[in-house]
Structures are given as structure tokens and as C-alpha cells.
Design a protein around this ligand. Structure first.
Ligand SMILES: Cc1cc2nc3c(=O)[nH]c(=O)nc-3n(C[C@H](O)[C@H](O)[C@H](O)COP(=O)(O)OP(=O)(O)OC[C@H]3O[C@@H](n4cnc5c(N)ncnc54)[C@H](O)[C@@H]3O)c2cc1C
Ligand code: FES
Ligand code: FES
Length: 512
């Protein structure tokens, strides 16, 4: 079955697709759309940013929901049933519409920089007539581009923000945290982003086209390698029973690098992006239940409502392009010792539900991580959902990520504390860390030093000392073993200071 997607109003059908060919390589080497650049090929620099659209069921008001993603770590079958916008899509001059009408794709005539009536001029001086999209004009006129290599990526991220794509409600600096520029300096880029508030798109026709190409579950075979894109958990379970060794791919923000950097072959692949019932989110007074296929960008507000520290943690998982693709389930299932979700979710007492053709089983998330690279997942099972109990009024929670760079960086240490304090006594404690051991793990000694003790500075000091005996962390480029031990203990002290209302202004300033 062919992979079908819509590019600039045209339905593109690709037969015999290599399931691990990247969208970026296809654009550059097959379609010769070389405006989308390759910087790092690992999701870090944003030079390859494109927008992917799907029918909008979010109630957000648009006909199509757009997401900025890194084309370098998206595999071609992940485009099936979607719409794609590249930097070439933004001008009429470089890629005329198939209908020959000469309007930008989905840009209404009022909103098109290519049409007769341009949108209200952004507040920059010297804006002249051009075939550029308003954002491109603003970038040029603000001097926001020197060598220009990063510019298409910035333009696509900013265009996404301007048209209300996922994450559009965030400040410009947050939207651009996944885009790197080596030579211009970020001031003019941020100014350009601020200068264009919103652009109107009319995606009604595109939504109809998307509906027309939506069909059966996609699947294919390329040089003996099978791939599938099921649409329901039932279908997924049946496929996994037949192909227990198949590699599951959700957002590919981990797996993509195994291919582009590790040059690994994945064998049979099952793509999870179309499995509708993996994307559920249920919030009740008791708990938040997140489907494994929920992307971090969509989970963000729900996590933030559960606890602000959890929302802040999610804001710092990769850049927006990574959170627009990467899923909560992928972060957990991957089992990385430095994944940010697991320590926080373990401390909050999350439960994991695994599903297979023979049923479901549920376990505390902490029990899922057996050893480095080894999780308690049987052949044929997949992660279906994660349930996080809502913290009670007696909960004292602190979740913090320490990394060498604030944005878009991997944790050296990620610590999460969840204490229950009743009438001045700590009656329960869950403390978990990432970056301190071969798996995300609870700190048994620290917890023992807390429970049953008064919530006091002396208790915190004793528990901070005990914490140092809980782990034997590695030395690596992100931090030495000694640094990690000291920093972990300091995070517990920070919880105490925060609870005393001691505003640690330097730390808060560094964080913000
Ligand atoms: C530039 C960059 C920055 C990043 N920054 C961070 C960061 O700050 N913090 C952080 O924690 N992570 C970070 N990551 C890692 C990654 O984004 C996350 O781990 C993400 O949540 C993975 O989700 P995914 O859907 O992309 O997983 P995938 O790559 O699709 O899959 C990851 C693993 O999980 C398995 N899997 C996926 N879904 C399921 C399922 N439902 N059931 C069973 N197995 C499944 C896959 O088979 C694979 O083994 C970053 C990645 C990149 C590229
Ligand atoms: S090339 Fe750097 S993020 Fe894709
Ligand atoms: S303009 Fe050169 S990398 Fe940004």
C-alpha cells in the first residue's frame, strides 16, 4: 500500500517505501526540495523543521492541526494521511499551486503574502512588495539571518506559531528553543518572531483532501522489511502477536537516532501514530490517565495542572519539535536512565498498563525498569497507558531537572520528591532520580530517613546524607559522580527552602 500525503495541495503517493527513510532525505534527495536543511540529523538543531498537519479533532477551532517537527527523525510512513508544509510551501514563486491559482496553499487570499491583498504589515520598517511570506520578509528586514543555514527552520517554527500550530500559545523564545543559530544571535530572530502575531489560513479545502485520503490502515514491505500502521489497540495487539519482535515506533524521537546516528536496521516496524485509542487523556478528581501515544506537547497542560513542577519539566523536554512528536509512552518504554518523565512519574506513584492480545496487566511504574536496557515487557506487549494519582493536599512535591543548558538538553540529574506531611510529620515519601543509576530508581535510604520524622531542616539534612548512599552514579560528559551526588542532595535541600518560603532568587532566575 502506498504512503499518501498532501504537499502543497497535491496528493503524493509513494509506493515501495523504505520504512526508515527519513522525511528529510526524501525531501532533499528525491524531491529536490532543498530549502529544508540538514544540520545534525538528530533532532537537536531544528534546521530541518517542517509542519505536519492532521485533521483537527482537538476542538481548537482549526480544520487542520499543524505541528512543527524535525524532518530528520521522522520516517516516511509517519506522513501517511497527513499534510506537509516545507519552507518552499510558503511562497508562491517557488512552488505554484497545482490548480494554478497562484495562492499559497491553505493561505486565504487575505492572508497570503503571494495573493493580491497582503496581511496587515508587521511593525517593521521598509517592508516592500515581495513574493516572500510575511515571516520571511520580517526575518530579512530584522537582519535575523546571516549565513542563512538555520533560517528555513526558524521560519517554519515561527510560521507554525503564527498560524496557531501546536505550542502557538507559548512565548516566541520557547517556540524557538529547538532551533539553533550559530552566527546571527537570537535577538533579531526573536524580534522577527514577535513582529508577526498571527496569520490566517483557510484549511477547509485541505481538510477535505485529508478526509479523502484517510482510509484503511497502511502497511508495506520494502526489501523484505515489513511495516504496519494500525489504527486501533486491538489491531496493534493482533499485529504484535504475529510479529512479537517488531520495533514499535511512536514519535521516533529516540528510534530515529538509532537509524540516523546508529545506522541500525529496525527489522519489522509498527508505527503507532495512527492508533487512535493510544491518544486518550482522562482527567478526574482522582487521577490523570494518559494514553501511551499522547505527545508531550499535548500532555503538557494536563501535567501542569497535576503539578506545576511537572509542567515545567515537560517544557524542558527537548524543543517544541521534539515534544510535538515524542510521546509519554515512548519516553517510559524506552527505559533510558536519563529520561525525564520516569523519575517524576515514579515519585508521583504512577501505574503502567501493558496490553497484549491476551489481555492487560498493570504495575507500579517503578517495577517496569528492571536493569539497564531491560524492562518488564513481554513479547507481544505494548504500553497502553499511564495513570498518575492526583496529589493530595498534604503532598509536598518538588521536581527538578539539572542540565548543562537550560533548554533542549538532556538531564545530568532529574530529581522528584513527593512527601506526605501530616501535622508536621512526614508520613510517606517517594523520592526518585534519573541520571543516578542504570535505571530511573527510587532512593530507598533517603525515603527511610524521611518517613516518620518531623518535617524539619534536621530531617532534610539527615535524608540528604542518606541519599548519597542510595546511588553510585557514573562520571560522564554531563557530570561527575561527585557532582551528581551533591546536586541530588541539594535538590532535597531546595525542596525544604522552597517550602519555608525562602525564595531562592538566584536559582529561580537561572531556571526562568
Ligand atoms: C533533540 C532531542 C532532545 C530530547 N530531549 C529529551 C529530554 O529533554 N528529556 C527526555 O526525557 N527525553 C528527551 N529526548 C528523548 C525522546 O524525545 C523522548 O524519550 C520521547 O518521549 C520518546 O518518545 P517517542 O514517541 O519519540 O519514542 P520512540 O522513539 O518512537 O520510541 C522509543 C522507544 O519506546 C518504544 N515504544 C514507543 N511507544 C511504545 C509503546 N506504546 N509500547 C511499548 N514500547 C513503545 C519504542 O519501541 C522504542 O524502544 C530527546 C530526544 C531528542 C531527539
Ligand atoms: S537536522 Fe538538526 S534537527 Fe534535524
Ligand atoms: S544564520 Fe547562520 S546559523 Fe543561523
Amino acid at each position: 500500500m502506498a504512503v499518501k500525503f498532501i504537499l502543497d495541495g497535491e496528493v503524493i503517493e509513494l509506493a515501495d517505501v523504505d520504512p526508515t527513510a527519513t522525511v528529510l532525505d526524501h525531501l532533499r534527495y528525491r524531491m529536490r526540495r532543498t530549502g529544508t536543511k540538514e544540520g545534525c540529523a538528530e533532532g537537536d538543531c531544528g534546521a530541518c523543521t517542517v509542519l505536519v498537519g492532521s485533521p483537527d479533532h482537538s476542538g481548537g477551532g482549526g480544520a487542520v492541526q499543524w505541528r512543527a517537527v524535525n524532518a530528520c527523525i521522522q520516517f516516511l510512513p509517519m506522513l501517511h494521511g497527513k499534510a506537509l508544509l516545507t519552507v518552499e510551501s510558503l511562497t508562491c514563486a517557488s512552488s505554484p499551486s497545482p490548480s494554478g491559482e497562484g495562492l499559497g496553499w491553505g493561505l486565504s487570499s487575505e492572508g497570503s503574502a503571494c495573493g493580491k491583498a497582503p496581511p496587515p504589515a508587521p511593525p517593521v520598517k521598509g517592508r516592500g512588495e515581495s513574493a516572500l511570506n510575511p515571516l520571511q520578509s520580517v526575518m530579512a528586514e530584522n537582519g535575523a539571518s546571516q549565513c542563512g543555514f538555520c533560517t528555513p527552520g526558524f521560519v517554519m517554527s515561527l510560521y507554525g506559531r503564527a498560524i496557531g500550530a501546536s505550542g502557538a500559545d507559548m512565548p516566541v523564545a520557547d517556540v524557538l528553543a529547538g532551533n539553533l543559530c550559530r552566527c546571527t544571535g537570537y535577538g533579531p530572530i526573536l524580534a522577527a518572531g514577535e513582529a508577526v502575531d498571527s496569520l490566517r489560513r483557510d484549511d477547509a479545502a485541505l481538510a477535505a483532501q485529508l478526509a479523502a485520503i484517510a482510509g484503511e490502515s497502511a502497511s508495506g514491505e520494502w526489501q523484505g522489511q515489513r511495516w504496519f500502521a494500525p489504527k486501533s489497540c486491538g489491531e496493534l495487539a493482533a499485529l504484535l502477536a504475529d510479529y512479537p519482535d517488531a520495533r514499535l515506533v511512536a514519535g521516533a524521537t529516540d528510534v530515529g537516532l538509532w537509524v540516523t546516528k546508529g545506522l541500525r536496521s529496525l527489522g519489522a516496524v509498527i508505527f503507532l501514530g495512527d492508533v487512535a485509542d493510544l491518544s486518550g487523556i482522562e482527567e478526574t478528581d482522582e487521577a490523570l490517565t494518559i494514553g501511551a501515544g499522547v505527545r508531550y506537547a499535548d500532555a503538557h497542560p494536563h501535567f501542569a495542572r497535576l503539578h506545576p513542577d511537572l509542567g515545567e519539566l515537560v517544557r524542558r523536554i527537548g524543543g517544541l519539535q521534539v515534544r510535538n512528536a515524542g510521546t509519554v509512552g515512548g519516553n517510559v518504554a524506552n527505559g533510558s536512565p536519563i529520561g525525564d518523565g520516569p523519575p517524576a512519574l515514579i515519585a508521583l506513584g504512577a501505574e503502567l498498563t501493558l496490553r497484549s492480545a491476551s489481555g492487560r496487566r498493570t504495575m507500579p511504574l517503578k517495577d517496569y525498569f528492571l536493569d539497564y536496557g531491560k524492562q518488564d515487557r513481554q513479547p507481544g506487549e505494548f504500553v497502553e497507558s499511564i495513570r498518575i494519582p492526583r496529589p493530595g493536599p498534604q503532598a509536598v512535591i518538588h521536581i527538578a531537572k539539572l542540565s548543562r543548558r537550560f533548554d533542549s538538553d538532556i538531564s545530568a540529574v532529574c530529581g522528584a520528591f513527593n512527601l506526605t506531611v501530616e501535622q508536621g510529620t512526614i508520613t510517606a515519601a517517594r523520592v526518585a532520580f534519573g541520571g543516578m543509576a542504570a535505571t530511573p530508581r527510587r532512593a530507598a535510604g533517603c525515603e527511610a530517613a524521611l518517613v516518620g520524622q518531623p518535617f524539619s531542616e534536621a530531617t532534610i539534612e539527615a535524608a540528604a546524607e542518606a541519599l548519597k548512599a542510595d546511588y553510585t552514579p557514573l562520571d560522564d560528559v554531563r557530570g561527575s559522580s561527585a557532582y551528581r551526588l551533591e546536586a541530588a542532595a541539594n535538590l532535597l535541600r531546595r525542596l525544604w527552602l522552597r517550602e519555608q518560603g525562602t525564595v531562592i532568587s538566584v536559582l529561580e532566575a537561572l531556571d526562568g
